[in-house]
Design a binder for this molecule. Structure first.
Ligand code: ADP
Ligand code: MG
Length: 263
């Protein structure tokens, strides 16, 4: 096990969602999402466009506030602190502190264009955690080597391929030593020949015990790497089970219909 990728074990799930509700201007987008992601587990979330997958990830990361139900990360209610029997809404600084424990990788890499790969990865540990420049750059270098970019440390994003940029984005998320990584269609914006190098990095992370929740259309990857796969449709988890069960013997007709279109 690599010390960068493992966090002390907790005896609570990494994510617990119970009947999570979320609406935008009266439109119900999450209609009672139930899901548990255990520590060290790799869970994939699949489903049609518009089914609420990104919204759910954003709720886990407190980028959106839920309207109902309950959502816990590492046993702590997202957005709240319990004092005795009362819940107190977190202040912005507390929200940021908790969010720093969660790494998020999006479809678009969102790297800083005016910074080298090394600077991109070292930036948040220095700015958010106050790490020394030496420490932050040393770790950034290690992480970039880890994702196969040891030879591109000084490259700017515009000089990197999409797959390389996404690997920098993953290294950047890892630099904050997250306990949990959320991926939202990390390979969807990539040319097909660049998808594999990003999935390889994610596969490595999984094998090192990182807890991951991954929204993806890469069914082969989900089949091979996930410990569980959840199918989301119309704002709810229709079916959540082992990849073997979900892909070979889906129980729900909506799951079967979706899989027949994408595989
Ligand atoms: P998915 O990621 O599965 O494609 P999303 O979570 O992005 O689905 O979106 C689910 C629904 O919520 C869509 O109908 C989308 O238009 C709507 N939605 C998402 N974010 C917002 C927002 N900030 N404001 C209004 N509607 C939104
Ligand atoms: Mg989405």
């Amino acid at each position: 096990m690599n010390e960068h990728f493992t966090a002390p074990a907790l005896d609570v799930p990494a994510i617990t969602a119970r009947q999570v509700l979320k609406s935008f201007k009266g439109q119900e987008v999450l209609r009672g999402v139930d899901m548990t992601v255990e520590q060290g587990e790799v869970a994939c979330l699949i489903g049609p466009s518009g089914s609420g997958k990104s919204t759910f990830l954003r709720c886990v990361n407190h980028l959106e506030k839920i309207d109902g139900g309950a959502l816990y990360v590492d046993g702590e209610m997202v957005g709240y602190r319990r004092v005795g029997n009362r819940l107190h809404e977190l202040k912005d600084a507390e929200v940021s502190a908790r969010r720093a424990r969660i790494g998020m990788v999006f479809q678009r890499f969102n790297l800083f264009g005016h910074m080298t790969a090394l600077q991109n990865v070292a930036e948040a540990p220095m700015q958010v955690k106050g790490e020394s420049r030496e420490m932050a750059f040393e770790r950034a270098r290690e992480l970039l080597v880890r994702v196969g970019l040891g030879h591109r440390l000084e490259a700017y994003p515009s000089q990197l391929s999409g797959g390389q940029q996404q690997r920098v984005a993953i290294a950047r998320a890892l630099a904050m030593k997250p306990r949990l990584m959320l991926f939202d269609e990390p390979t969807s914006a990539l040319d097909p020949e660049l998808v594999g190098e990003v999935l390889d990095v994610m596969r490595d992370l999984a094998s090192e015990g990182m807890t991951m929740l991954i929204v993806t259309h890469e069914m082969h990857f989900a089949r091979e790497v996930a410990s569980k796969v959840a199918f989301m449709d119309q704002g709810a988890i229709v079916e959540c089970t082992s990849p073997a069960q979900l892909f070979e013997q889906p129980r729900h007709p909506r799951t079967r219909e979706f899989l027949s279109k994408v595989i």
